[in-house]
Structures are given as C-alpha cells and as structure tokens.
Ligand binder design. Structure first.
Ligand code: IFM
Length: 468
C-alpha cells in the first residue's frame, strides 16, 4: 500500500454545495414485495429457491419512507441515493407501465425535495423483473433495449425534478457474483456468460445515458462502479503483474469502456484465452458505452490482496485480510488510505468528477441498555474515510459528494440481515429505527461541512425524536 504523499495538515473543509447523504437500494429496503402491482424480481426467486432471507418485508421503506426522509433531514443530509424498482414500474420488464409503481417514486421525489434532500435515483440495482429473466435476462441483448425503454419511462415521470441519474449499479458484482460465482441472483456459474452479461450491462448503461442526454440534456448521469484496488502481496514482479491483471478484471474492464471507449487490451486478451472470442461485442457498441458520463459513482469498501499463485481459471489469487490490519465485522480490511489512493488514481487516469455513491462497512452494534447504539468502529472508519476523501480533494480530485452505505441496516443480499451496514439501526421485529452514534457523528460533520473530532455529535443529551 503506498503511503500518501501529503504530510501537511489538511483543512478538511468540503466545497460549498457538497452533497452529503446516504444510499439504499429498492430490494434491500423497500419490502412491500407484492403491493401495488409490483411483480417478482430475480431476487425474489433466488432467495425463495435457496431459502435465504428475502426482501419481502426488508425495512418496510416502501411505507416508511416519509419518516425515513424526516430522519435524513434531521441528520442534515441534503442528498439521498435510492433505486427505482423496475418490477414496480414495468412489471413485465417491457410493455405496460404500472401507474401505482411510478406514483410511489413520484411522491417520494416530491417528499425528498420538500425536505431539502436531492433525490439521486439509480435506475437498476439488481432487481431485474423475473419476466425478463425468463426471456434470457442479461444474457440477452434485448434486456439492454428493455432497460433503455424503462429509462425513458422513468425520465418522463421524474426527470423534471431529478438532476442526477445513476444507471446500472456495480456491473462487476452483478455479472461476477450473479453469473460466475453463483452467489447472487440468478445464481449461474460460468465465466463466459458473466462476460457476456457484463457487456450487456454496460450496453444498458450506454443506452440509458443516451436517453438521458436526449430527454434531459441538463441532467448529470453517472454509473456507480464497485472499485476494488488490487494490491500485490509482495514486491515480487509476478505478484505485481497479477495485481494489475486483477485490476483489469475488477476495475478497468468497466472504467475503460465507459471512459475510453475500449476494453483494456491485456484483459481482453486474457479473457479470449480463457473463453474464446468475445463475439457479442458489435460495431457501435463501444461508441454507445463510451459516451462519456458526467461522473463516476465510486463504491469503495476495501482492497483486494493479490498473489500470482493462480486460482483457476484466473491467473491470480485473492488472499484474506492481512494479519494485523483492522477488519470490519464481515472481515473486510478497513483501509481508508486505500480510498485516498483510489480517488487520486481515478483522477490521474481518467480525469472525471467523482461522486462517492457508496462507502461503509459492517459493524453489528446493537442498542445498549440505555438504547444507544455505540458503533464506535463505524464512527472511527467513517472519520478516517472522510479524512482520506478530503485529502484527495486537496490533491485536486473533484468529488461532488459522499453518500454513505447505508442509511439503514438492510438486506445484505445473500448474507441476509445479519450484516448491519446502517447509520441507523433497524429492529427486525418492530422496524423501529435508532440513530446510531455513527449517524450522530455524521450529522456533526455535515453541519460543520468538515471532518470533526470523533466525539463530536455524541456528547450531551440526545434529542432524537422517536423513529418507530
Ligand atoms: O449492499 C451492497 C450494495 O447493494 C452494493 N454495494 C455493496 C454493498 C455492500 O456489500
């Protein structure tokens, strides 16, 4: 890990107009899975088939969004990233629009604006309508076309009030965990299919970007990418080369087509060796995908430690956390200096404004006898990541805002409800919301628009209203 070059004390003040908020996604928080005409998504099917925790009820945010929005306003947040559920809006994936589904988001956008909160919707956060899955899902190019049509519907309904659109969340995770590793819906395990899917997800991003530009020329558009910096475990050139290979797989395979209009040659060569020609890429695809967005959404959590000892079929191996390095309650290394390195690298290599669309971690603190949730690990990590971000801004990186993952403890996909990422604790039985220490600390940061001391916001009498 490279030490950061700035030894002078930064001022830690953020630019005026900086977006401060939190993020969620529809399947992870909404619940109301069968209400108001919502159809099933691939995640309803996948969780039912495997007997996993599901999003059937989740945080009941579908009904409780007004009080959740009050809570955000109470914390001083001025932005909220949420996702639109495709199976609510176009239940069959294509064709008829469900007015009740659209009306829900219409009310929510109004409600956020009334509270001074900028809505930042993501068009797709993995809840593909099951009806589309039955027609091939993301293995079919037609799904990208369906996504473009769905985007137009969302733009026509909400585009007069939304000025920042996010397209497809984390195509690496959706394609690799969903189609290579079988850990996410729809649970397939094939490298070639995952690469085909990744291309269609990028195509969907490109098509949506085009529609947004045509219909809402003054709106900003971006794609939230899961960016995992890859660090060699030793200085051995073989490990360094392996880390660069893994960087191609996790990061450049998405950054390069979106920002340079081409897939990285070294990674394409590797994939062609492993799976044969990537013959689904058609003329014109990379022009569409490579129409430069206004921003990249950075979803940053941890680094990957890479060794050259191959784990077939890929010629590298991802190692567990380094002993002695702090980890979150899910075992991910908590390494804020890597966040700094990532932001500086994105600026240096791609020169594009960044919006932190996710950052956070699992700390499973529960309310104490006094009702207070002392998630000190999250307070410490949040502060350290904000300091890293502010140093990056001082180094010249353009960061538009920071949206913490997540507002609420929610459904962590295949991991279920056991992993708590929220600033706000959610009691699974009662749905009661409890503002954690981290949220109170974050509110103090937002109020000051600078990184304050770790104890700020935590002392004194608690004046949080009840958020039951
Ligand atoms: O919960 C997820 C989110 O849906 C996508 N990015 C990573 C988060 C934590 O794993």
């Amino acid at each position: 890990m490279s030490p950061h070059p700035h030894s002078e004390r930064p001022t830690n003040v953020f630019p005026p107009g900086f977006l401060w908020g939190a993020a969620t996604s529809s399947y992870q928080v909404e619940g109301a899975a069968r209400e108001d005409g919502r159809a099933l998504s691939i995640w309803d099917t996948f969780t039912a088939e495997r007997g996993m925790d599901s999003g059937e009820v989740a945080c009941d945010h579908y009904h409780r969004w007004p009080t959740d929005a009050d809570l955000m306003a109470h914390l001083g947040m001025n932005a909220y990233r949420f996702s639109l559920a495709w199976p609510r809006i176009v239940p069959n994936g294509t064709g008829a629009v469900n007015p009740a589904g659209l009306a829900h988001y219409d009310r929510m956008v109004d409600g956020l604006l009334e509270r001074g909160i900028t809505p930042v919707p993501t068009l797709y956060h993995w809840d593909l309508p099951q009806a589309l899955q039955e027609r091939g899902g993301w293995t079919s190019r037609a799904t990208s076309d369906a996504f473009a049509a769905y985007t137009e519907i969302c733009l026509d309904a909400l585009g007069d009030r939304v000025d920042t659109w996010l397209t497809v969340n984390e195509p690496w995770v959706a394609s690799v965990l969903g189609y290579r590793l079988g850990l996410h819906a729809p649970g397939e395990e094939d490298l070639r299919t995952s690469l085909l899917v990744a291309h269609h997800l990028l195509l969907a991003h490109g098509a949506a970007t085009q529609r947004i530009r045509e219909r809402r020329p003054f709106a900003r558009v971006g794609i939230p990418l899961s960016l995992f910096p890859n660090y060699p475990v030793t200085d051995d050139p073989a490990d360094t080369a392996a880390a660069w290979g893994s960087d191609g797989y996790t990061n450049r395979w998405f950054l390069d087509p979106v920002l340079r209009g081409r897939y990285p040659a070294d990674t394409a060569e590797l994939f062609e060796r492993l799976v044969g020609p990537l013959d689904w890429v058609r003329p014109g695809d990379l022009d569409l995908i490579g129409a430069r967005p206004d921003l990249i959404g950075v979803n940053y959590y941890t680094r990957r430690r890479i060794s050259a000892a191959a784990a077939e079929p890929l010629p590298w191996r991802v190692l567990p956390a380094q002993p002695g390095v702090p980890v979150t309650d899910s075992g991910w290394e908590d390494v804020p200096e890597v966040f700094y390195d990532l932001l500086v690298r994105l600026h240096r290599d791609y020169d594009i404004p960044l919006l932190i669309t996710e950052n956070g971690g699992v700390w499973n603190a529960e309310p104490g006898p006094d009702g207070r949730v002392r998630d000190t690990g999250r307070v410490r990590a949040l502060r350290a990541h904000l300091l890293a971000m502010s140093r990056a801004i001082e180094a010249g990186v353009q960061v538009l805002g920071y949206l913490h993952w997540s507002l609420l403890d929610n459904l962590e996909w295949a991991e279920g409800y056991g992993q708590r990422f929220g600033l706000v604790h959610v009691d699974r039985e009662t749905q009661r919301r409890t503002v954690k220490d981290s949220a109170r600390y974050y509110a103090a940061v937002i109020a000051a628009n600078r990184v304050v001391d770790a104890t700020d916001g935590l002392a004194g009498k608690r004046e949080d209203p009840g958020w039951g």
